[in-house]
Design a protein around this ligand. Sequence first.
Ligand SMILES: [Zn+2]
Length: 315
Amino acid sequence: MDSHEKQRTIKNEARFSGKALQTGARVELRCLPSQEGTGVVFRRVDIKGRPEVPVNPKYISSSKLRRSALKRGKAEVQTTEHFLAALWALGIDNILVEIDASELPAMDGSAAAFMAGLEKAGIQEQDARRRVLRVRRTHFVKGKNGSITVSPADKFSVSYRIDYPLRSIGRETMKFDLDREVFAREIAPARTFCMKKEAMMLLKIGLGKGADLENTLVMDDDGPMGTKMRFPNEPLRHKIMDLVGDLYMLGVPLQARVEAVRSGHTLNAALIRQLYGDYMVRTEERRENTSGMEGFLLKVLSIFRTMKKGEQDGK
Ligand SMILES: [Zn+2]
């Protein structure tokens, strides 16, 4: 569905570099402005042929633990959630992201550095209207430990209930009506986390190779090791960021009330697949089918309408 807002891209190039959280590899991102209607597209410049992986639910890969990934053919891009959350917050619809490894850089474990860098590159409004996804009924997905409910609403809001067997995290629910300002202030700085007792296990199975005590809160009952929390409930806020970033794998912003209980990337992906199947597949097929002569005629008609509108506006 179209919204009254315009699509956006960035004005100038933005670069981010650092080590990737899970693989520990050095990685560089080069973000470039792109045309309206093209969406968010990753391009693996380290692979022959520079294959592209568009952000679209059909490319969600669920084979990875503790992070989100997109995969098209052999090209994969992992740990997309914090970067996508920053794009969501800034209302960026179209951007080309060149990446020279399989995983995004961890930065400080949050979305704050991505937001700052993209804002510095400048946000460019485009002519076409933004598409949003409004749900028409309540959707519910349930996992082993958690659930997500999505219901119709006039604006986007997220509530999240965390429940951890650690005194420093515990059980708590937060709810936000999220927009750019609220997200930047309340959610973007929240860093990724794990429990101290999980940390060794994660390293053993080859994860968290780029994690350190600055970009990851290693939590025990008394709080994080070697760093101070940015918020008393930083892990809960980070879970909200992961959810917001994952939801942007829809390729369009979701307008709905989202209520999550102990959800993680796997459950988030299940929800996205359900929404994609119910609302987006047919539209995409229609669009693909109108790419021939019919598409050409529609384009001509739209140009004609714009010219007519211009005349009426006295331009
Ligand atoms: Zn995260």
